[in-house]
Design a protein around this ligand. Structure first.
Ligand code: FES
Length: 266
């Protein structure tokens, strides 16, 4: 092995942790705070088992969809109630673990939490504190390769969220209704679709394994659109965290009676 190859195999031998002089620590710090706050909020809400449904307007928060526990209000349980009603089992236990795994294995979130939580590395050209680096070649990080399968499940869950958003236009008495809650639910589901479709796995499923795009014009067109969205994947990842939290908070507030839904029709 030549000395040049040997030198390139390791990190630059400099005493300083980094030669960067900009505020490189700001993005990982912001990601740490943002993700930690969101996880705390989502965990509290998932286990709250209350204020998740507004029967009058059929608003169901995505954090409880589909509601499949025996503890769910019957009207909110669009797909039946079959899980035991115990405090340690969220009402949407059928889907929440997969949504968590979908986001945990997402290419963007991986970058964000590897940097923000594991400092591995904290930023470009900043040495990490760990002595060893095995990448994603071993368990449990080897499981990151399952992302494609979580994408399929997430797409099905997005369909369920779409169903919930449509269902919310039918009020308890069977008549049509439109309120601010509907608008929030629809915006959330549109953003969820945009995030899901912009997934790197989706892009490779749509346009991958093809030798000639010219022979598959439809897939090429779809791939171009998905690629466009894919360029905004990071923004969509954060936007959907925001829309999910806003949707859930709004439905919690209306359900708890903190304020009334702003009605437009009905
Ligand atoms: Fe982020 Fe697939 S890469 S959801």
């Amino acid at each position: 092995m030549s000395s040049t190859t040997e030198a390139s195999a390791g990190r630059a031998q400099i005493a300083a942790r980094t030669l960067r002089t900009d505020r490189w620590w700001l993005p990982p710090l912001a990601n740490f705070v943002g993700l930690a706050l969101w996880v705390v909020y989502a965990t509290v809400r998932a286990f709250m088992q209350d204020w998740y449904f507004v029967p009058q307007y059929n608003y169901l928060t995505p954090f409880y969809s589909p509601c499949v526990s025996n503890g769910c209000v019957e009207q909110a349980a669009h797909f039946g109630r079959f899980l035991p009603d115990v405090w340690w089992l969220p009402y949407a236990s059928l889907t929440l673990p997969f949504l968590l795994l979908f986001r945990l294995t997402c290419y963007y979130y991986r970058k964000a939490y590897y940097r923000a939580f594991w400092l591995s590395p904290p930023a470009c050209a900043v040495a990490e504190p760990h002595k060893k680096y095995t990448g994603e070649t071993r368990f449990p990080l080897l499981g990151q390769n399952l992302h494609r399968y979580f994408f399929y499940i997430a797409a099905i869950i997005s369909l369920i969220n779409t169903y919930d958003a449509i269902e919310a236009f039918i009020k308890e008495d069977g008549s049509f209704g439109l309120g601010l809650g509907n608008i929030i639910l629809v915006i959330n589901v549109v953003m969820l679709w945009a995030y899901t479709v912009s997934c790197h796995s989706c892009r490779s499923i749509i346009g991958g394994r093809l030798n000639h795009f010219s022979k598959h014009p439809l897939r090429y067109k779809l791939w171009v659109q998905v690629s466009r969205l894919n360029g905004k994947h990071m923004q969509l990842a954060w936007t959907t965290l925001a829309t999910l939290a806003i949707t859930d908070f709004y439905i919690m507030a209306v359900s708890a009676g903190w304020f009334a839904d702003l009605r437009i029709v009905g």
